[in-house]
Design a protein around this ligand. Structure first.
Ligand code: ADP
Length: 194
């Protein structure tokens, strides 16, 4: 299985990605987590991306594409992966397509978690109190939402046209949402096999 999970900030991508990846025995690969690890470890990449992430802007494509390609080249991703938070704009879609074509691979499904915008901000502000992520403040959240609407949301159309999109209601208990996602994926992949 080669999959993407998409959704606005606060939609629960990271939470669901872990459970779905575990179900399929594939790695969940989160660009946000990779960047945060680099910041925590004080790497050169971390130093480059810290202020960008704190502002809620997108890290430049060349850095993001490179970190994803490196990760996909690792052995554990050879048979499948679930990408969380990538691609986020049309350029990244093209980079990923090129990578997959070069490796004789293709995506099987793109899951979009659908959550009411009002609820998203509430979730993120609540998470700010629990996790203390430096980009979970009101101003940065507003910008991340705008970036999502302007640059990332249009990708849903693209994947819909490619016949890959599965939209799942992301509101409810974590377990209930996970079951919804797994049921929808089962349905889609068994149909695809005919
Ligand atoms: P969220 O979806 O809640 O914003 P993420 O952990 O996915 O959380 O992303 C956090 C930040 O990491 C983004 O605001 C952005 O600065 C950076 N980032 C993550 N993925 C990408 C990407 N594919 N391209 C550019 N920047 C990214």
């Amino acid at each position: 299985m080669r999959m993407l999970i998409m959704g606005a900030p606060g939609a629960g991508k990271g939470t669901q990605a872990g459970a779905i990846a575990e179900h399929y025995g594939i790695p969940a690969i989160s660009t946000g987590d990779m960047f945060r690890t680099n910041i925590k470890n004080g790497t050169e990449l971390g130093q480059k991306v810290k202020s960008i992430m704190d502002a809620g802007d997108l890290v430049p494509d060349e850095l993001t594409d490179a970190i994803v390609a490196d990760r996909l080249n690792q052995d554990d991703a050879a048979e499948g992966f679930l990408l969380d938070g990538y691609p986020r704009n049309m350029h990244q879609v093209q980079s990923l397509d090129e990578y997959l074509t070069e490796h004789g691979q293709a995506l099987d499904a793109v899951v979009s978690l659908d959550v009411d915008p009002q609820l998203l901000t509430e979730r993120l502000l609540k998470r700010a109190q629990i996790e203390g992520r430096s980009d979970d403040n009101e101003e940065t959240i507003r910008n991340r939402m705008e970036v999502y609407t302007d640059l990332t949301q249009p990708l849903l159309d693209h994947y819909e046209k490619a016949g890959l999109l599965i939209t799942v209601d992301g509101v409810g208990e974590i377990d209930a949402v996970r079951e919804r996602v797994l049921a929808a994926l089962d349905d889609k992949t068994s149909n695809a096999k005919g």
